[in-house]
Design a protein around this ligand. Structure first.
Ligand SMILES: [Zn+2]
Length: 155
């Protein structure tokens, strides 16, 4: 594996070290984390465990392992929450340690069709509709988390 030339960053990296809260599953190479502090139901992060910044810092086999986990989680999000779209994002501008955001999206959600990091819409009718939908979806999220843990354990 190539290493990124950012040793000073590594020492302060929040993704190096012990598992963050919300751990659903881990193996020697990656962790699957539920994101609880988000208004987007079913939001999951897949975090590579060693400190690497870019996908091409990984060997081809490591990349495949990471993306297989991402695709398994995506498939379960689609199956269990029926979103209008899945957003896969690997940014790492703030924390240059490989992690994928897997974000189910709905046409009524606060930012659609923009990225979830965009300023939200402030249409009260839309907000009210989303409140109800988000509540219904949130009730289904624990089953998604169970399915992720169970499915990945079997791989
Ligand atoms: Zn790191």
């Amino acid at each position: 594996m190539m290493t990124s030339p950012d040793i000073p960053l590594r020492t302060h990296c929040p993704l190096c070290g012990p598992a963050p809260s919300g751990l659903l599953w881990e193996d020697a190479q990656l962790r699957v984390i539920r994101v609880d502090d988000s208004p987007f139901p079913g939001y999951i992060r897949v975090i590579w465990r060693s400190h690497a910044a870019e996908m091409t810092d990984l060997s081809p086999a490591e990349r495949d392992h990471l993306m297989r986990a991402v695709y398994r989680v995506e498939a379960l999000q689609r199956q269990m929450l029926q979103p209008d779209k899945i957003n896969l994002a690997s940014l790492g501008n703030q924390v240059p340690h490989l992690h994928w955001h897997l974000i189910p999206r709905w046409r009524a959600d606060p930012c659609f069709p923009d990225a979830i990091w965009a300023p939200g819409h402030h249409d009260p009718v839309r907000q009210a509709a989303w409140q109800q939908q988000a509540q219904d979806l949130s009730a289904r999220v624990p089953a998604l988390h169970d399915a992720i843990a169970t499915t990945l354990k079997g791989t």
